[in-house]
Write a protein that binds this ligand. Sequence first.
Ligand code: BT5
Length: 325
Amino acid sequence: MKSKILNILRSSDTYVSGEEISKLLGISRAAIWKHINQLKKEGYQIDSLTKNGYKLISSPDILSFDEISPFLKTKFIGHDILYFESIDSTNTFAKSISQNCKDGLVIIAEEQTKGRGRLGRTWVSPKRKGIWMSIILHPNLPPTEAHKLTIITASSIYNTLCKFNVDIKIKWPNDILINGKKVCGILTEMNAELNHINSLVIGIGINVNTEVEDFNEELTKIATSLRIETGKFIDRKKLTAEILNNFEDFYIDYLSTKDIRPYLEIVRKNSALINKYVEIIKPNEKYIAKVVDIDDDGQLVIDNDGKIEKLLSGEVSLHNMYNGK
Ligand code: BT5
């Protein structure tokens, strides 16, 4: 009901009387007043005049369904959003419900107290500064294809961020960089049988309005945000919807064609790694190798002292990049 009242206020430039809302929604004026108060508590600035009714003055900078949905063009992703002021990790929560929820459910939080990266690493997620969200999917795919969904996610985020006219690169398998610093990380996790994915959680973390002071000393050297790079305050709600719109386009298309090449092409063309020397970190060894390509299966092709090797995203961690050897 709160959302319906909000929609009525949004669609009018002037005051809407309590009587009119009451007629449209079939609820009492006392009930409207209660919902309006709740909206005010959530940060909506609503002017109320006894004679004229209610007028929406401004909306808060939050990533609730009400704020994102006006910009959503998806067929199913984000049609349900579970929104949290604060949570340990959207991926941890998404995983706990992923088996029994709707395809395309999105979990969004304003802050994560235990945001996670890969291999137990931490993801710093300060309040209202970024987009910290997880998309739950039930694709009809074998688990061996899961890493391709990270490619689809990275390429769709790349396409979305292109509008900011900054130097964006994709660092295989799961990072997006601007001017060489990390602006976005992707964490794909799944629950699967031998031949079938039961559920897949795609965690996306994007530093949007993060300022340098929000990063700790270590991150200042390696991380950046859209605000730092563009010097502008970015509309997080619109950006969240655009990411979901672009991701769904790619995802639906991939499920119907099973052809990953168009998305790989985006990753290859804008790769931060191809032709660079990188440090490959495997569980039992570390070495420096030159990245030659990303193959049609999405594996990283490296030249290790003349020996060509292929790496799957789950097996390695790439750290420093070297311009020469
Ligand atoms: C990632 O891991 O890059 C995946 C990050 C996924 C975060 C999203 S947010 C929503 C969802 N819920 C979660 O709990 N997670 C997902 P990895 O490649 O392992 O990178 C982790 C490393 O990135 C850390 O060890 C830091 O060095 C660095 N890092 C941490 N926070 C960062 C930030 N906000 N921006 C840039 N780099 C960061």
